[in-house]
Design a protein around this ligand. Structure first.
Ligand code: NDP
Length: 330
């Protein structure tokens, strides 16, 4: 079976030479363990952080060892109570075809309740990120005007739609292509959207939000964050989810130059990590699950096939090749 190893820590944009697809033996599960054949692998922006040695919220990937990430697979052998071959499980041993793990690290999922890949995206980690960040960190309330960057991505597309479904007065999104912008307005029901590559974000946000914004959900950082601070209304809230525009920087990016606006607006800016908000998971599934099933909340996935394309799929997320959740199908 094959698995991806990190060989050297990337500087700037990761290069194929920093990684290797390695052949390994599949071992039988020990007492209390299961063997899983992975079917869907997640590739996510935070993985860039784990490729660096710097201390962060997730431990750095170890050089010369299999990388990790969210995955859903089928149990093919079990030496553990309560899990039998044929069961499907969500776990954290992605970037590989087969994984042996302690049963306590595998969460059973129901392939009849939702497509298996949904447990990595719309009903999984990225979905909960959108839900928790918008409702808890940004304290979203009905009538708020919301701006979200990375709006055609996994988290962003769900932030905008949840805001809309929960009574936002206006939802504005930014994304990196005209096609994505069209999707936001025509399919996802955003009130306005812009392509940040065609003109400065602050100019386009000003035009899209003439009455300002109450909430900014930041996936991007940089010029987007500054633009949002510039449009923030009184008592506005900024939830810092991610700053993908800086992940490959080799020098620290300049900070927003207009932070003083937080004084006059009594604005609040707060970072959050989805891992701290799993207490919301049941409420999230209860509320968002029916919207997904009814089609009121729409989602896309960009599916790349084959373990050999796992790395390219990851690089594609950083480049913006994806619309919605990027998934690797094995
Ligand atoms: P997405 O599906 O949104 O994919 C990433 C997107 O980022 C790309 O599709 C691309 O779209 C956009 N992008 C890439 N580079 C830039 C840039 N320089 N400027 C603006 N946009 C850029 O990924 P996720 O939904 O998984 O993650 C979205 C954000 O949320 C990330 O910042 C991630 O790190 C963060 N995150 C944070 C979590 C937390 O717990 N705090 C949990 C999960 C995710 P485009 O074509 O529009 O450029």
């Amino acid at each position: 079976a094959r698995e991806w190893h990190l060989l050297t820590r990337p500087v700037g944009w990761p290069k194929p030479e920093d990684f290797a697809l390695v052949e390994t033996d599949v071992r039988a599960p020990a007492e209390g363990q299961v063997l899983v054949r992975n079917k869907y692998l997640s590739v996510d922006p935070y993985m860039r952080g784990r490729m660096s040695a710097a201390k962060s919220y997730a431990a750095p990937y170890e050089l010369g060892k299999a990388m990790q990430g969210g995955a859903v697979g089928e149990v093919v052998a079990s030496n553990a109570d309560g899990i039998t071959p044929g069961d499907h499980v969500l776990h954290f041993f992605g970037w590989r075809e087969y994984a042996v793990m302690d049963a306590k690290n595998a969460v059973k999922v129901d392939p009849d309740a939702a497509p298996l890949s949904a447990y990595l995206g719309v009903l999984g980690m990225t979905g909960l990120t959108a839900y928790a960040g918008l409702l808890r960190t940004a304290s979203f309330k009905e009538g708020d005007s919301v701006f979200v960057s990375g709006a055609a991505g996994a988290v962003g597309s769900q932030v905008g739609q949840i805001a809309k479904l929960k009574g936002a007065s206006r939802v504005i999104g930014s994304a990196g292509s005209d096609e994505k912008v069209k999707l936001l307005v025509e399919e996802y029901g955003f009130d306005a959207a812009f392509n940040y590559k065609t003109a400065p974000a602050n100019e386009q946000l000003r035009a899209a939000a003439p009455d300002g914004i109450d909430v900014y959900f930041d996936n991007v950082g940089g010029d987007h964050l500054e633009a949002a601070i510039g449009r923030l209304n009184r008592d506005g809230r900024i939830a810092v989810c991610g700053m993908i525009s800086v992940y490959n920087n080799t020098e620290p990016a300049p900070g927003p130059r207009n932070l003083a606006r937080l004084i006059q607006t009594r604005g609040r800016i707060e970072g959050f990590l989805v891992g701290d908000h799993y207490d919301l998971q049941p409420r999230f599934v209860e509320e968002v699950g029916p919207w997904v099933r009814s089609g009121e909340l729409k989602y896309r996935e960009t599916v790349v096939e084959g373990i050999e394309n796992n790395l390219e799929a990851f690089l594609g997320v950083l480049r913006g090749d994806n619309t919605g959740k990027m998934i690797v199908k094995l």
